[in-house]
Design a protein. Structure first.
Length: 130
């Protein structure tokens, strides 16, 4: 995986990759295990490369393994190379994760975010704080 500084870099790279759609191996999506937002593309040599942002930091010696029972993606990552029945099965798994309310925190580095006020624009408006 190539991990980038900005989510916008990933999105803009995805827009560029859409110019050669046959090179996209998975659509933009997010993994539940490492929380990376990414897509996969096929290199000129034919292997897949993940292009992403926001992965969990793993500190050697201070890591507790956990079992991930959701996935392989929270959303997106439609695997264009799978047969239709397997793509449908993967889509059903993603829809179940959404229905179950699966969420993962964002992992950002200092200088790569600006904290917004409030909870959400709709809820803040309902509470009279918007």
């Amino acid at each position: 995986m190539v991990e980038l500084y900005s989510l916008d870099d990933v999105g803009q790279g995805y827009d560029i990759a859409l110019g050669e759609p046959e090179r996209i191996a998975t659509t933009l999506g997010r993994h539940p295990n490492d929380a990376v937002t990414s897509y996969y593309l096929k290199s000129p040599s034919g292997f897949m490369l993940e292009y992403g942002w926001g992965g969990r930091v793993v500190t050697p010696g201070n890591w507790t393994p956990t079992e991930v029972t959701v996935g392989p993606s929270l959303w997106g990552h439609d695997r264009t190379w799978l047969p239709d029945d397997q793509r449908a099965q993967a889509r059903a798994m993603r829809l179940k994760a959404a229905a179950d309310g699966e969420r993962r925190p964002l992992h950002v580095i200092d200088g790569n975010y600006q904290r917004m006020g409030g909870v959400c624009p709709w809820w803040d408006g309902v509470r009279g704080q918007g």
